[in-house]
Design a binder for this molecule. Structure first.
Ligand SMILES: *[C@@H]1O[C@H](CO)[C@@H](O)[C@H](O)[C@H]1NC(C)=O
Ligand SMILES: *[C@@H]1O[C@H](CO)[C@@H](O)[C@H](O)[C@H]1NC(C)=O
Ligand SMILES: *[C@@H]1O[C@H](CO)[C@@H](O)[C@H](O)[C@H]1NC(C)=O
Length: 451
């Protein structure tokens, strides 16, 4: 029943493996140390062969490591949470391409699009766990701190080109040149100019996915997420409890200890989005990008994989929190709630935009059912994380109703008038579908190797 628990166990064990590996390395270091020191003290309890084997296995583990004495520096990362995550991953992959540690970049706490001087920088480690990131991404990419720099010599600066002439090929050529010895000698390569989100993309979805897996929110944020989710489940259990109680008291009691499912809907209907999506529809000549409130309600109510009554958490823009109409018009079996109605606005209000968005992201990622818009980066990354969870649990398809963690796109029509089932295509060669959106989605992931 509880997919969430299985998932937590798996994630937990992944982290444990990572920590166990660290301990393993520590033990090796101790052993190597003792074999070096002990011969001088006359004691020789460790046979030569064993120490040799240990040294060799340590070396083979280090072989794939990203260099720790060469760094890449990138400009401050800006815009929405998920644009920032993509930008961060792209910077990490660029650093990996150059076999360099990425100097921990600044994210942005606020969401000003135009007034760049108002962008409040926020350190990566205020949101995500720095050590855990390096532990989980060990051997793939690595983040470093400015205090790791040995040599405060001038960095080698390069500018990303811009305009139509700056093609993907030219961009890649520039990166390749940075691997040449004359540039590679510099301790730091600093890339100037554009936000990494706007850099050309050279990597497949699975590489981005590996990095997103290493982003674990800090304990403070995790605690807030847990509070919000437990509040949602509390309301959900009351809704179910009432129904159960009217039927039979015993089942009411037994329902108390059960997993109470919830649906999360990333409802994009605010004015800014409507203007943006209408323009996008014209540009792409697709009529399936903008969904009205009524269309969303209708398509969510037709989803059959979840038993009603159920709580529907609405992840909406702050401007819509004043708009009571988003809470009315839902089917009887669906109880819509947003932050204010749920009584958790106080939790969110304490934080700047970026953290509020990070909390909503986690609440949506962990929902039993998620419904979003396939042209939204936020929705796309939520579905990507849910697809990864399903793959870790052994499912490459959510086409059958029994699979937990199902996701849907309300802007696309699925079976029987409901929202369309959605899993990320993990074999996509680039991130275009995710960062710009797509109407070509399906309920299988097209991916059969473990991540
Ligand atoms: C990075 O450099 C180290 C040290 O030179 C090397 O052992 C490792 O294989 C390189 N990694 C990649 C991905 O090229
Ligand atoms: C420090 O930088 C200088 C050039 O600025 C270089 O010659 C030297 O090798 C560097 N030292 C280290 C330890 O990287
Ligand atoms: C839709 O995506 C699938 C893989 O997910 C791909 O094979 C197919 O070519 C795509 N169709 C269009 C029209 O882009």
């Amino acid at each position: 029943m509880s997919f969430a628990n299985t998932e937590l166990l798996k994630l937990g064990s992944r982290y444990m493996k990572c920590m166990v590996f660290r301990c393993f390395i520590l033990v090796i270091l101790v052993l190597v140390f003792t074999t070096v020191i002990y011969p001088f003290t006359g004691s020789n309890w460790l046979p030569w062969r064993t120490s040799n084997w240990i040294a060799m296995s340590a070396a083979s583990n280090l072989q794939h490591a990203v260099r720790r004495d060469k760094f890449l520096e990138v400009p401050q990362i800006i815009w929405g949470l998920n644009n920032q995550k993509i930008a961060l991953a792209r910077a990490c992959l660029t650093a990996r391409f150059l076999n360099r540690t990425l100097l921990m970049p600044s994210l942005s706490a606020s969401l000003f699009y135009k007034e760049v001087e108002l962008l409040k920088p926020m350190a990566f480690d205020k949101i995500y766990q720095f050590d855990k990131f390096n532990c989980l991404c060990d051997g793939f990419v690595r983040l470093g701190r400015y205090s790791d720099l040995l040599n405060h010599s001038m960095p080698f600066e390069i500018q990303k080109g811009s305009g139509r002439k700056w093609t993907k090929e030219r961009d890649l050529d520039q990166l390749k040149q940075c691997r040449e010895e004359s540039v590679d000698n510099s301790e730091v390569i600093r890339i100037g100019g554009k936000n990494p989100f706007l850099w050309h993309d050279h990597w497949p979805v699975k590489d981005y996915a590996k990095i997103f897996q290493c982003l674990v929110v800090v304990d403070e944020i995790e605690n807030e997420v847990a509070k919000v989710i437990s509040k949602i489940r509390e309301v959900g259990s009351k809704v179910r409890y009432k129904i159960d109680a009217s039927q039979n008291e015993e089942s009411a009691d037994s329902s108390l200890g059960q997993h109470v499912p919830y649906v999360a809907v990333h409802m994009r209907i605010e004015k800014d989005w409507m203007i943006h999506c209408k323009k996008l529809e014209q540009k792409l000549r697709i009529e399936q990008i903008c969904s009205s409130k009524e269309e969303i309600m209708e398509r969510v109510s037709q989803i059959t994989s979840i038993q009603q009554p159920v709580v529907v958490y609405l992840a909406v823009a702050d401007t819509l929190l004043e708009d009571d109409s988003i809470l009315s018009g839902w089917n009887d079996g669906l109880l819509p709630l947003e932050k204010k109605r749920l009584g958790v606005w106080g939790i969110y209000k304490k934080y700047p935009y970026l953290i509020q968005s990070a909390i909503d992201y986690e609440v949506c990622s962990r929902a039993d059912v998620f419904v979003g818009n396939s042209f939204s980066t936020f929705s796309s990354l939520v579905v990507l994380s849910r697809t990864q969870k399903l793959i870790r649990m052994g499912f490459t398809s959510s086409c059958s109703a029994e699979v937990g963690y199902s996701s849907y796109a309300y802007n696309l029509l699925g079976e029987s008038g409901g929202a369309k089932r959605w899993m990320t295509d993990m074999s996509a060669p680039d991130l275009v579908g995710i960062s710009y959106g797509t109407n070509n989605i399906s309920c299988y992931s097209n991916w059969n190797t473990s991540l």
